[in-house]
Design a binder for this molecule. Structure first.
Ligand code: KG4
Ligand code: ZN
Length: 353
C-alpha cells in the first residue's frame, strides 16, 4: 500500500440490500465517508421472504442512485477512488450478485483501478475488528490468531476456525436450515412478517420462555453441526395445539420459547468449540448477531467460562451492509490477497468461506 491515504468504494448486493460504502484509510485508522443502504424489506415483506427475481430487479433500479448518494455524501469525485471492493464469494442470490459485480467491473474499467474481491461471510466477521475512536473515525484492530467465529445469518450457520488470513476452516455448520432462516420461518408460521428475527426478538421481550420447552436438535451430537428444520415444525405443532386446546400461551410466549431454543443451541455449541480449539478471539457475526438475547448470552457465557476475548459487531453493522465489505477489503489489501484486474473477476455462489 504505497501512498498514505487510500480510498475504497465497496459494493454489497448479495441478497436484498443494495449497499455502497466509501472509507478513507490512513495507516490503521479510517473514516467512513459514506455508508448507504437501500433496503428492499418492504418489497419482500408481503411474500414472507426474499423473492430472488424481485431482488435482482430492485438492485438494478437502486444501484446507480445508491452510487450517486455514496459519492455525493462522501464529498469526493469518482477519480479519487483507489480501489473498488465487491462481494463475489460466500453465497447469495445469483441475480443479485451479478448487479454488484457488473457495477464494480464497469467502475474498475472506467477508472483504471483494481478490484478487491471479498467473501461475504468474511465481511460479516471482520466488521467486528474495528474500534470507534471519534464520530465516523475508527481504528482497525490487529487480529490475534487463532480466532473463531459463529456466523449466523439468513443463509449461514457456521462455526469457523480462522487460523490466519488465508486459512478459514469450517468446523461445524447447519445440516439444513440456517438460524436466521429458522427465525424467519417461525415468524411466517405465526403470521408476524419478514424478516422474522427482529420481530421475534422484540415480541420475546414480553413473553415467558419457560412456557414451552422446544427441542434442542443435535445438542448432544458430539460435533459442531446444527439442525434447525425440526424446530419450525415443533413451533407449527405447538401453535396448532394452543389453538385446539385453548391453552393460556401467548404468541409472545411462543416467540420467547423459540428464541430460547435457537440461542441455547448456538451458545452451547459455540462453548464446546471454544473448549476444543481455544481461540484467542471469538466473534459473533451475521444478521442474527443483532439478536439482543444471543449477544448477551454468548458474551456472558464466554467471559465467564473461557479465556477467549469476545467480539461482536455494533448493531447497525450486523445485517448486510457495504461497510463490512470495505473493512474486509482493507484486510485483504494489507495481506495482499484478493486483488484483481476487472477482467479476471469471477463469481461463486457456494457458501464457502
Ligand atoms: O446477514 P443478513 O443481513 O443476510 C444474510 O446474509 O442472510 O441476515 C439476515 C437474517 C434474517 O434471517 C433475519 O431474520 C436475521 O438475520 N435477523 C435476526 C435479527 N435481526 C436480523 N435474527 C434474530 N434476531 C434479530 N434481532
Ligand atoms: Zn449476510
Amino acid at each position: 500500500m504505497g501512498k498514505k491515504d487510500i480510498i475504497i468504494l465497496s459494493i454489497e448486493t448479495t441478497c436484498d440490500d443494495t449497499a455502497i460504502a466509501i472509507c478513507k484509510y490512513s495507516n490503521d485508522s479510517f473514516s467512513v465517508l459514506s455508508n448507504i443502504i437501500s433496503s428492499q424489506i418492504k418489497d419482500h415483506n408481503p411474500f414472507g421472504g426474499v423473492v430472488p427475481e424481485l431482488a435482482s430487479r430492485e438492485h438494478i433500479k437502486n444501484i446507480i442512485p445508491v452510487l450517486d448518494k455514496a459519492i455525493s455524501e462522501a464529498n469526493i469525485k469518482l477519480n479519487d477512488l483507489d480501489y473498488i471492493a465487491l462481494t463475489n464469494k460466500g453465497g447469495g442470490l445469483v441475480g443479485s450478485i451479478i448487479v454488484g459485480i457488473e457495477t464494480a467491473k464497469t467502475l474498475s474499467y472506467l477508472l483504471n483501478i483494481p478490484i478487491i474481491s471479498v467473501n461475504h461471510i468474511r465481511g460479516h466477521v471482520l466488521v467486528s475488528m474495528i474500534k470507534n475512536i471519534d464520530n465516523n473515525k475508527y481504528e482497525v484492530i490487529e487480529p490475534e490468531f487463532p480466532m473463531m467465529t459463529l456466523t449466523v445469518s439468513g443463509g449461514h450457520t457456521q462455526i469457523i476456525l480462522i487460523k490466519n488470513f488465508i486459512e478459514w476452516e469450517v468446523v461445524g455448520q447447519t445440516l439444513d436450515d440456517a438460524a436466521g432462516e429458522c427465525y424467519d420461518k417461525v415468524s411466517k408460521i405465526l403470521n408476524l412478517g419478514y424478516p422474522g428475527g427482529p420481530i421475534i426478538s422484540k415480541m420475546a421481550t414480553t413473553g415467558d420462555k419457560t412456557k414451552i420447552k422446544f427441542p434442542r436438535p443435535m445438542i448432544g451430537s458430539g460435533d459442531f453441526n446444527f439442525s434447525f428444520s425440526g424446530l419450525k415444525t415443533a413451533v407449527l405443532y405447538e401453535t396448532e395445539k394452543i389453538k385446539k386446546e385453548n391453552l393460556k400461551i401467548s404468541v409472545d410466549d411462543v416467540c420467547a420459547s423459540a428464541q430460547d431454543a435457537i440461542n441455547d443451541i448456538l451458545t452451547r455449541k459455540s462453548l464446546k468449540a471454544i473448549e476444543k480449539y481455544s481461540p484467542k478471539i471469538f466473534i459473533l457475526a451475521g444478521g442474527v448477531s443483532a439478536n439482543r438475547d444471543l449477544r448477551d448470552r454468548l458474551k456472558n457465557e464466554i467471559e465467564k467460562n473461557t479465556e477467549s476475548k469476545f467480539m461482536m459487531p455494533e448493531i447497525p453493522n450486523c445485517m448486510d451492509n457495504a461497510l463490512m465489505i470495505n473493512i474486509a477489503a482493507y484486510f485483504n489489501l494489507k495481506n495482499n490477497i484478493g486483488i484483481y484486474n476487472y477482467k479476471d473477476i469471477e463469481m461463486s455462489i457456494e457458501r464457502k468461506v
